[in-house]
Structures are given as C-alpha cells and as structure tokens.
Design a protein around this ligand. Structure first.
Ligand code: HEC
Length: 157
C-alpha cells in the first residue's frame, strides 16, 4: 500500500518536472523577450532641445491616431488636413525653427525629410477616398517613423 503511494508520488513528481522542462524549453525558443544590444546612434541634445523633440514625437503619435480616427469615420477632409499640417513639410519647418539643425547629423535630416515626403504623398491620395490607395501610403509614413527609430536615439549632452 505504502509502496503504491510512493510510486504514485514519484510519477507526479516526474510529470511535474517534465512539465517544468517543457516550459523552459519553450522560453528558450523565443517566448521570453530578447534583449538586443542598442546599436542606435545617440544624438546629444540639451534638456530643452530634448523636451522640444519629445513634444514633437508625442504629437506625431497623436496625429497618427487622429488620422486613423478620421479615416474610420470617413472624414477625408479632416484626415487630409491633419496629415498635411501635422506631418508634412510645414510641420518640419515649424519643428526645425525650434531646434538647432547643427545638433542633428545629415542622415537624420534625410530620414526626417523622407518622412515628411511620405506624409505629403499620403495627403495627396486621401481625397481619392480609396483605402486601396490610402493604406499603402499610410504604411510608407509609418515605415518612415520606424526607419528613424531604428537608427537614432537621443542622449543628454
Ligand atoms: C527623423 C527621425 C524620426 C522620425 C521620422 C520619427 N521619429 Fe519619433 N523619435 C525619434 C527619436 C530620435 C526619438 C527618441 C528615441 C530615444 O531616445 O529612445 C523618437 C521618439 C519617439 C517617441 C517617444 C516619445 C517619448 O515619450 O519619449 C514617439 C511616441 C515617437 N517618436 C513617435 C513617432 C511617430 C509616430 C513618427 C512618425 C509619424 C515618428 N516618431 C517619426 C526620431 C524620429
């Protein structure tokens, strides 16, 4: 009787450890977050310039949300207006008026211009009201956000 209980317990323990092994095997296969080394180029900025840059970025994200909301409501005029005024070249001039261009490497400037150019293209196709034309351009705008985020980070100078 006692033997049966002990061997029963052994089976339970073996099953339990088997399970634990399976779990750690699955985390080794990429379920756990992987911490990649940060290879982005740091841009040294003073406190004020950093805050200004951050404000522009946070506004970019809010603008993207507002554009998607306008598209979802089929308010194409609003979507176009937001894209042009908040992400286009006008916004670039506005943002750069508050920054010292010398702080930013030329390649950063190129990525910023590519992003504004993509936004202008998006603004151009929105009046078609055709999502098959709008979404690929929208994707290009988001790709331009991602491209720069992969390359650069800010650093306190
Ligand atoms: C030309 C470069 C560039 C482009 C284009 C760009 N960003 Fe950024 N963004 C940055 C950098 C640099 C940071 C700071 C990252 C860091 O220091 O970790 C940043 C940070 C941010 C942050 C974090 C702000 C915070 O709370 O600190 C958000 C949100 C953001 N960007 C949104 C966007 C969106 C949305 C777009 C596209 C519409 C965009 N960005 C396009 C360079 C760019």
């Amino acid at each position: 009787m006692q033997r049966a209980i002990i061997s029963g317990m052994l089976v339970v323990i073996l099953l339990a450890t088997g399970c634990a092994e399976q779990k750690s095997a699955s985390s080794a296969s990429g379920v756990m977050p992987v911490h990649l080394p940060d290879v982005r180029t740091p841009i040294p900025l003073g406190t004020e310039a950093r805050q200004e840059h951050r404000a522009v970025m946070l506004q970019h994200l809010e603008t993207i949300q507002a554009i998607v909301a306008a598209l979802a409501e089929e308010d194409y005029r609003l979507a176009q207006g937001l894209t042009e005024s908040h992400l286009g070249f006008f916004m670039h001039r506005h943002a750069m008026a508050r920054q010292d261009p010398a702080n930013f490497p030329p390649a950063y400037h190129d990525l910023a211009m590519a992003h504004h150019a993509a936004a202008e293209k998006l603004a151009d196709v929105i009046p078609t009201q055709d999502l098959k034309q709008i979404l690929p351009q929208f994707n290009n705008v988001l790709k331009a956000c991602v491209a720069c985020h992969l390359e650069y980070r800010l650093r306190s100078s």
